[in-house]
Design a protein around this ligand. Structure first.
Ligand code: TEU
Ligand code: CA
Length: 560
């Protein structure tokens, strides 16, 4: 058992028939290492930088860090292309730095959840270097190879997620290899038992170093059948996850979160149902995809539809009412800044940032905060494509310009939804580059760092950080917030999110105005009356009125 884990005891919610686990009351915090804190002035965030900021994270009250990849990597996809699973990228530090971070975090009751990227490796991994040199080595079959089509072309016309074909030819062996992402990220062949054994061994090696669990990158791809052109949630996904549980996770009090872009309410409990012995929770994206254009994708965003967003979000609250568990998030390193995407990052930035938090943190599940979200960091608004760094944005730019999209139209989409908005340096103070580095950052800082930064936020009476701290503390104290079930109200209201949480005879009522105008709503008569205002974005209100008038982006939560 890890030091940060309190002893398990029975959950107060009899309906769940589940033992309480340490992560039920914990809030996660995602660190994107290259953009968090640079300790040596080379412009690149690093592990000693993270260790130096643990005070900030323990003030916030988080229970664990999800650390995006820090392993040895050529960084074609910023570390989601791993060349050595048992080593640290030199620009981020050493294994000793990592052990030190694990120990220092544990001192503060914070676990470290590592990113596990095992759908693919880097093409520079020694397995792939051997595999591409000869068909006769054991590692050749660690990857997915197929013979050319009769005309010499690729086996089929599958496209890669970052643009171009999903198959790349390799002269030395006269075959094509499959890569769901870039050619520098060849997919591992999970059908090979020796490969699976290597992965399990590596996972045990990390757990034995004292980490608190894994976030599993695109885990729903590992059971794929490329010949049937089934990639997501393929036939072997759940057998492999069960095997991984038996071989690695059983008997260890650690947290596992799987990332899946395909999981639905039909398949959700297959991953995290009580009797499945697979994962603890999944990152699912139905609410995120609601903000994307249905045909043209993320770089052609459509106006935000709150009703559709609520439908997606609350369908998972319903799904996990009796079984399973929900990973709650609006932001990560692949997504734009939430206050810019869902609300207002100018006139109403602080209240909007708080109100997004009020809603997410008062739902049932384990909430995740992405670095900088706790001070309301915003999208960057780049003017030129050369200010972007992300291969997804750059490759799609090339493809779409070739297809006749205008650069201005593409940039407008990228300024709304590129992955780089979440990757600009963390804004600590008003020093150059937001205090992230004394050198030149690998990607330019958001020019608003003078106004939006940790130091500034803390002195403000209207602090976003203080609001997050309050919400995170409330989850630790309150069984109602942790285990209560969720009942949505005002489903069809295009401007308001409202819901109740219920546990025994305790009730929490949450309401939020998602517009930049005042909104008045009549509330159900049984809610009106004296209540305890636990959370508010503006000023507390002593009782719940029959007719509630909310100012722009105001949110409130009362305990009845
Ligand atoms: O992302 C999964 C994934 O499918 C992304 O390509 C996603 O569709 C895209 O970012 C949305 O714009 C994971 C990691 O989170 C991401 O950073 C990696 O690039 C990707 O896997 C490959 O490892
Ligand atoms: Ca550095």
């Amino acid at each position: 058992m890890t030091a940060h884990a309190p002893p398990p005891h029975a959950a107060p919610n009899a309906a769940s028939e589940r033992t309480e686990r340490w992560w039920h009351r914990a809030t996660g915090y995602q660190v994107y290492p290259r953009s968090f804190a640079d300790s040596n002035g080379d412009g690149m965030g690093d592990i000693p930088g993270i260790t130096s900021k643990l005070g900030h994270l323990s003030d916030l009250g988080i229970g664990f860090i999800w650390l995006s990849p820090v392993y040895a990597s050529p960084m074609i996809d910023n570390g989601y292309d791993i060349a050595d699973y048992r080593n640290i990228a030199p620009e981020f530090g050493t294994l000793d730095d990592m052990d030190h971070l694990i120990a220092e975090a544990r001192e503060r009751g914070i676990g470290i959840v590592m990113d596990l990227v095992v759908n693919h490796s880097s093409s520079l991994h020694h397995w792939f270097q051997a595999a591409r040199a000869s068909r006769d080595c054991a590692q050749h079959d660690y990857y997915i190879w197929r013979d050319p089509a009769p005309d010499g072309g690729p086996p089929d016309d599958a496209r890669a997620a970052f643009g171009g074909p999903a198959w790349t030819y390799c002269e030395e062996v006269g075959q094509y290899y499959f890569h769901f992402f870039s050619p520098a990220q060849p997919d591992l062949n999970w059908q090979n038992p020796a490969l699976r054994a290597e992965i399990y061994d590596m996972m045990r090696w990390w757990l034995d170093r004292g980490i608190a669990g894994f976030r599993m990158d695109v885990i729903s791809l590992i059971g794929k059948d490329v010949d049937a052109r089934v990639y997501e949630e393929g036939p072997d996904l759940h057998p492999f996850l069960q095997e991984m549980h038996r071989e690695v996770l059983a008997g260890r009090d650690v947290l596992t979160i799987g990332e899946s872009w395909s999981v639905s309410i039909e398949t959700g409990l297959l991953y995290c149902g009580r009797d499945r012995d697979e994962l603890d929770m999944v990152f699912e994206f139905s609410h995120i995809r609601e903000g994307w254009h249905p045909e043209l994708g993320k770089f052609a965003p459509k106006p935000f539809d709150l009703v559709a967003f609520k439908r997606a979000l609350f369908s998972w609250q319903d799904l996990t009412r009796e079984d399973g568990w929900h990973a709650l998030f609006l932001s990560n390193h692949d997504l734009p800044r939430q206050v810019s995407f869902y609300a207002d990052d100018r006139a109403h930035r602080r209240p909007a940032a708080k109100t997004l938090a009020t809603v997410l943190h008062l739902l049932k599940g384990t909430p995740f905060v992405y670095q900088g979200e706790e001070i309301g960091m915003t999208n960057a608004r780049f003017e030129r494509i050369d200010q972007y760094r992300d291969l997804e944005t750059l490759n799609h730019f090339e493809e779409q310009i070739a297809q006749g999209v205008s650069p201005e139209a593409f940039l407008a989409g990228a300024n709304r939804n590129s992955r780089d908005h979440s990757r600009t340096p963390m804004q600590w103070n008003a020093a150059p580059h937001g205090g992230f580095t004394t050198g030149t950052p690998w990607i330019q800082a958001n020019p608003n760092f003078g106004e939006v930064n940790v130091e500034q936020d803390m002195v403000h009476s209207d602090s976003v950080f203080a609001h997050y701290r309050r919400l995170i503390a409330l989850r630790k104290e309150s069984d109602l917030v942790t285990f209560g079930h969720t009942v949505q109200l005002m489903q069809d209201d295009p401007d308001i999110i409202a819901f109740e949480r219920r546990l025994g005879d305790e009730r929490l009522f949450v309401i939020a105005n998602f517009t930049a105008q005042d909104r008045e709503r009549e509330l159900p008569p049984e809610l009106a009356g004296q209540a305890d205002c636990l959370v508010c974005s503006h000023t507390p209100r002593g009782e719940i009125p029959r007719f509630l008038r909310l100012v722009p982006y105001e949110s409130l939560a009362w305990k009845l």
